[in-house]
Every structure is written in C-alpha cells, then in structure tokens.
Design a protein around this ligand. Structure first.
Ligand code: FAD
Length: 715
C-alpha cells in the first residue's frame, strides 16, 4: 500500500474512531436537537453567517466520513433555516459530502478491488458507462438504500465524478425537501421513521423507477427512429435472410430452420466459407502431411535407424483438396436444403432493413424479410508496403492453388496463420524466413511460450526474424527482396515467394452497410451491441465480420445469439457471452489457451497466482518422444478459481478442453485433481498441474501438527 493511501486511511480511522470514542453521536439525536433548539436558534439569530457556515461544514464532514447523523441534521436545517434556505444548504452540503466519500472510496479501494475482481468490474463498468446515471438516480430516490453505501459502492465503479455529483444532487432533492419540511415542524416529530411513511417511500420508489421506464421508452423510440426513412413492407416472404455461408452463416441458418423459421442463406462464393475452403480445413490437412515428414526426419528418436519419404508437393496439395471435398457435404447446399434452408448462390446486398437483393447467375432477385443476419466473414489484410504488388504475393486465400514448393518462402507475419504455414513449408523443405515487426512471434501469448515456439522453429531451420519491420519490397537482378528495419539497421532478405499473413479484416463494403448507415468499429468490424444487433434492431451480425474473435468456434457461438435474438428478441434477448473463449495454434509445440494469460493479467491489473507443470515429466509424453511443453494455470490468489490456462505441447488443443469446461462451469483445481484421468494420457498433465497447485496451497500448520501426531503414534 502506498504512503498517501495509508495516511488517508489513518485520518479516516482517527476521525471515525473519535466520533464513537467521544460519543459524538449524542449530538445528532432527535431528542438532543429538540432540547437544544431554542439555544441554537438564538445563536443563529445573533451569528447567522457563522451558524450557516458551521452547519454546512459539519454536514459535509458527517456525510464525507459516512457517519450517522445526516438525517437529524437535515431536520435541524428545516427547524433552523426554514424550508428554502434549509433545502439549499442541505442539498449542497449532502452532495459535497457524498462526493468526498465517493472520491475517498475510489482513492482507497478502487485499485485493489480492480486488481482482484477486474473481470467482474469490467462488466459492471460497462453497465455503468451505459446506464450509470439512471441507476444512481434510482438509488438516490429510493431511501431504502443507505446513502453512505451508495457513495462508497459508486467509488468502486468507473462513473465520472461530475456525473456522480449532479445525479446525486438531483436524486436526493425530493428526500431532502421532505426531511427539511418535516424539520420545520420539529416539535411534532417523535421519530425519524415517522417522517417516511410507507406511502411516501412508495412514491419515491415510483419516482426512482420512472427514469428507468423512461429510458426503455426512449430506447424504443430511438429504435423506431432508425427505421423512419424506410418503407416497411406489409408482409415478409421470410423470417430470416442470412448473408454468407461460412461457419457463422451456416449455423445461423441451421438454427433458424430447426425452429421452423423460413430462412434463406445467400453465398456468393463457396459454401463453407473460409474455414472449409481456405482456412481451418486445408491448413490442418497440410499440417498433417508436414507432421508426417517431420516424424520421418526424427525417425532415430523413435528407434528407427533410417527412414525417408518420397513426396511431391503437388500431390500433398491435391490431398488437401481431397480433404476439403470429403468435408464439403457437411456444408453443402444439398444438406442445408434438406434441413429446410433455402440456399441461393449469388451476391447479396441489403437494400432496406427488410429487403435484400441477390444477384444470381439467372438475374437479380429481391427478398423481403423480417430479420437479417450478416455473416460476411473476413479476408486477409495486405499491408500497403511499397513494392509489394511488384514482387507479388500469396495469402491464405490464394495459397491453396500452389503446386510447386517455393525454394525460399518469406512469411510476413508472426501470428497464428503465419506460424502454422511457416512451419509447414519449412517441413516440406522450403527455406523459410519469418518476418515479424514485434519482439516475438505469437505476441498474444506469454513470452516464455513464444520463446518455446521460436526455439523449435529455429531448430527446424526457420529463420525467425522478430523486431524486423518490413519497409519495402523490390525486384533486383530478377531476385525478389525485402528491406526491413531492425535495431541494427536495414537488412536485405531475398526470397522466391511472399506469403502475406499479417492479419485479417472484416468484409464490410459493397453489400449495403454504407447505404443503411450501419457503422463499423475502430477495429473495422460491423458495430454490434451486446446482443449482436446492429443499429437496426432486426439486423444482426456474427462471426469474423462482427469479431471480436476470428475463429470457427466463435463464429458458431455468435451465430446462435444472432439467430435466436433476431427470431425471438421480441420475447427475450441473450447477451453474447465471451467469458470463456478457447483457441489453439496448431504448430509444434501446439499452443492452446483459455481465459487470461500472465501478460493480460498484468496489463489488466488482475491479481493472480501461477501454477505450472512441465510436460517433459509426463509419462505419455516421454513414451511418445514428445516430452516438451508446459501447462500454465492462473488462479485467483488464495482461491480455487481458475482465471486462465495456457498449454504448450503435443495435442494442447485437445488437452485444454478440461480447463475450458472447468472455467465454464466454475470448477477449480481441487475438482480437476479429484477426477480420475486415464493413464497414460497427455490429459494427465492437467491433473499434475492441479497437484502442483494443491501442494502450494497445502495447510502448512495442519501438516506440522500431523507430523507431530505421527511421531507421537510411533512412540
Ligand atoms: C489459414 C487459416 C487457418 C485457420 N485456422 C483456424 C482454426 O484452426 N480454427 C479456427 O477456429 N479458426 C481458424 N481460422 C479462422 C476461421 O476460418 C474463421 O474464423 C471462420 O471461417 C469465420 O467464419 P465466418 O462465417 O465468420 O466467415 P467466412 O468463413 O469468411 O464466411 C463468410 C462468407 O460470406 C460470403 N459473403 C461475403 N459477402 C457476401 C455477400 N455480399 N453475398 C453473399 N455472400 C457473401 C463469403 O463468400 C464467405 O463464404 C483460420 C483461418 C485461416 C485463414
């Protein structure tokens, strides 16, 4: 704890301690006020300014220190100064005192609470940022909530001080007037409770709820306003039109058909989208072939004296296409038609909140629909580096047409896609240079995890060039080159083929967003609210186009919300839950994660403990000659609550499933430890990590006593 905080705490403790030690509370009772009223009155008549000043200062101190007595002082204000002056005085003094208490709470407690409960506070802060003033107003109006608790609790949220001040002053006004007015009749009051009759409390509560109801009405009016310039059809042909038949669009359409809605799915290119055609499926098929080659190279490690593989890169790429064809029926027009989805091949364009035009090979069509789900996906981002068009490039979209292995491949980008493909091509025999401007590959992962990957990549012959900022491309003497800036100056890297893998951007242009005024975010995704609705309450977006994650499983996850909220939102809407999102990069060592890692916990100021288990010690990993990697788990300090897990090692993407379930259902390390894991499996690594956590949290004192007990039993 820093010094200034300590000083403030000491001052508070001394002031509050003195109040109770000297029993100052007796001066703030109704009886005392009544007996002293004549004296105070006389004093006020002879020293009006001083009395007002002293009253104001004491009121601010009492509320600022959250001491009991404000109610009696409010009555006193009525008795002494009358309704108008009393109300003005109390209104300002109480608001000032409340704001001081709010600021003190923020200064003393927000940071430690943020550190410990950062994730929970995030949701609260988001709610406060949106509707904070309304909540505060309600809390102020309904006297059932003690004001000092409201002050202290609000200090823990991100509400602005200015907002807190004016909403408090406004919200407390009705109660203040009621109390000050009662104070003008002091002689007739027997107890504080009598002032607030049940009827009065009910009126305040009604007043408090009013702004919330008003907000709902305003929201409804706003929602209607966005439709004002559009003509709504009298009838709709469909309940839902889904744009894009990638992972997100397919799942949305599937759900709609399953609940018997009339749904049309429009795809301009290939059913299955990126995942099937240019993403997960081809990349994983390629990785499998590359892994086989790496095992052949490592044959000695498995006790095989010599092994060799004769292969043709073109045949490997043909296998990739065969795999796609084998999976294709899962995403096909035939399958979805049989499920009850109308599938149209064509380019969709939203022309109004209720109509979509489709350009098919047989001509244009106009569809009317109650709801629209945008699932238009994304595409590789190609940075505008000078000369890039001159040297030419492939991306994850076009790479699959290659049939000749490039002798020297330059991979631009150290993210998951760049890493997966760099390792593949190196294993096929290309000389791979991987250029990344940041200080490490896989920047989202913890440094030691990235270091494991870099070490393995280098051992496999990949030239890992981190801290290299691509500056310009050129063709020199028929050779393609990249000039990159490094700390040591400019370097020149020659290559035969450039693979651009620096990230992906959402498809947001050319299909009606501009015309409908649907905004995009800073990260260039379609802007959606927590229910995944765009600014039009009947138009939703999901998958890569909406973000924030770019995975097939998150596309499917968000598709559920988009479909269900669009079809049934008038009854109930569901907020998209992004609390437990796992992912995996399918390199060797495989790197999988769910929840927080250490880097993020530090960035967000969330307190954590780390437990690790080295997979080099795991029987199955040793038997498989894959004894490398780590299970790294973050937990809440002193508590059995998992904040996140990262696993690097063989089949990490499968092994992490246990932590995903644990986090989703609030299961801790004790339960993982108490679960029987099959021997010998890689998943046992999770149990051993839980064992390490348990050992670190063993009750040392109890163990000392046990040691004594056993000694005593031995005699
Ligand atoms: C190389 C690579 C490897 C990957 N590996 C993995 C992995 O291992 N695991 C994982 O979870 N994710 C992986 N991903 C990411 C995953 O592929 C995407 O997150 C997922 O495909 C997103 O699905 P989507 O439905 O949002 O978009 P998409 O699959 O892009 O589908 C969008 C569809 O909309 C269509 N469309 C767009 N505009 C229109 C229009 N106006 N009219 C009609 N149709 C339109 C497009 O043609 C496209 O078919 C990988 C991606 C790449 C590139």
């Amino acid at each position: 704890m820093n010094r200034s905080r300590l000083i403030v705490i000491v001052l508070f403790v001394v002031a509050i301690g003195a109040f109770f030690f000297f029993d100052l509370g007796r001066f703030f009772s109704l009886e005392y006020l009544k007996t002293q009223q004549a004296r105070i009155d006389a004093w006020y008549q002879s020293n009006p300014a001083l009395t007002i000043g002293a009253f104001f200062a004491v009121y601010v101190a009492v509320t600022g220190l959250s001491l009991p007595g404000a109610a009696v002082m409010t009555l006193a204000a009525g008795a002494l100064f009358g309704l108008v002056t009393g109300t003005i005085l109390v209104s300002f003094a109480s608001t000032l005192g409340a704001t001081l208490a709010f600021l003190a709470s923020r200064f003393l407690f927000r940071e430690p609470v943020q550190r410990r409960f950062g994730d929970m506070l995030k949701a609260l802060d988001a709610g406060m940022a949106k509707d904070g003033p309304f909540y505060l107003f309600t809390l102020r109006l309904v006297p059932a909530f003690p004001f000092f608790v409201v002050n202290l609790a609000m200090g823990l949220t991100a509400i602005k001080t200015r907002t807190f001040y004016w909403v408090s002053q406004l919200g407390m006004l009705a109660g203040t007037i009621a109390f000050v007015n009662a104070g003008t009749q002091l002689a007739r009051i027997d107890s504080l409770r009598g002032i607030l009759s049940p009827g009065l409390i009910a009126s305040f509560a009604a007043l408090g709820i009013l702004p919330l109801i008003a907000k709902k009405v305003v929201d409804a009016i706003k929602a209607r306003k966005v439709y004002a310039s559009w003509i709504k059809p009298a009838k709709f042909d469909r309940n839902l039109v889904v744009i894009g038949a990638g992972s997100a669009g397919l799942v949305s359409a599937y759900i709609a058909a399953a609940v018997k809605a009339k749904v049309t799915l429009i795809e301009k290119h290939r059913m299955g989208g990126d995942c099937l055609n240019t993403g997960c499926v081809p990349s994983k098929a390629l990785i499998r072939s590359a892994k086989l080659l790496s095992h052949v190279k490592r044959s000695k490690e498995f006790g095989i004296r010599a092994a060799s593989a004769d292969f043709d890169f073109a045949e490997v790429m043909e296998r990739v296409q065969r795999v796609i064809r084998e999976i294709e029926p899962h995403d096909s027009v035939e399958r979805y038609t049989a499920l009850g989805v109308e599938c149209i091949a064509g380019i969709a364009k939203i022309t109004s909140p209720w109509s979509v035009d489709v350009l098919t090979e047989h001509g244009p069509k106009t569809l009317t629909t109650r709801n629209i789900v945008i699932a238009a996906g994304g595409r590789p981002f190609v940075p505008p580096i000078p000369g890039i068009e001159d040297v030419g490039y492939v991306t994850s979209d076009t790479l699959w047409g290659l049939r000749a292995l490039p002798p020297r491949l330059l991979v631009l980008g150290g993210g998951p896609i760049g890493c997966e493909l760099a390792q593949c091509f190196a294993r096929f025999g290309a000389k791979v240079s991987q250029v990344e401007m940041l200080p490490r590959l896989m920047i989202r992962e913890d440094p030691e995890i990235a270091a494991m990957v870099e070490q393995r990549f280098r051992a496999e012959g990949i030239d890992v060039l981190v801290n290299h900022k691509a500056k310009r491309f050129a063709v020199e003497n028929n050779e393609k080159v990249l000039y990159a800036d490094t700390a040591g100056g400019e370097v020149r890297i020659a290559f035969d083929l450039l693979l651009c893998a620096v990230g992906r951007v959402a498809n947001t242009a050319g299909y009606g967003l501009e015309e409908l005024g649907i905004p995009t975010t800073k990260s260039r995704n379609v802007e959606v609210n927590e229910f995944l609705a765009t600014r039009y309450p009947n138009i939703y977006a999901c998958g890569d186009v909406a973000g924030p994650y770019q995975f097939t499983h998150t596309a499917a996850h968000t598709a559920w919300y988009a479909a269900v909220n669009s079809l049934f939102g008038r009854f109930r809407r569901f907020k998209a839950d992004f609390s437990v999102i796992p992912w995996c990069t399918f390199i060797e060592p495989e790197v999988a994660r769910v929840g927080l890692n250490e880097t993020e916990a530090k960035e967000k100021g969330i307190a954590y403990e780390v437990t690790t288990y080295g997979i080099d010690d795991l029987d199955r990993a040793i038997a498989d000659s894959e004894a490398h990697g780590v299970v790294k788990v973050l937990t809440v300090p002193g508590k059995d609550r998992i904040l996140g897990a990262t696993i690097a090692g063989e089949h990490a993407g499968d092994v992490i499933a246990e932590f995903v379930t644990a986090m989703k259902y609030g299961i801790g390390m004790n339960k993982i430890l108490g679960t029987i894991h099959i021997y010998p499996t890689l998943v046992e690594a999770n149990k051993y990590a839980a064992g390490n956590w348990k050992r670190a949290h063993a009750p040392q004192n109890a163990l000392k006593w046990l040691e004594r007990y056993h000694g005593w039993m031995r005699g």
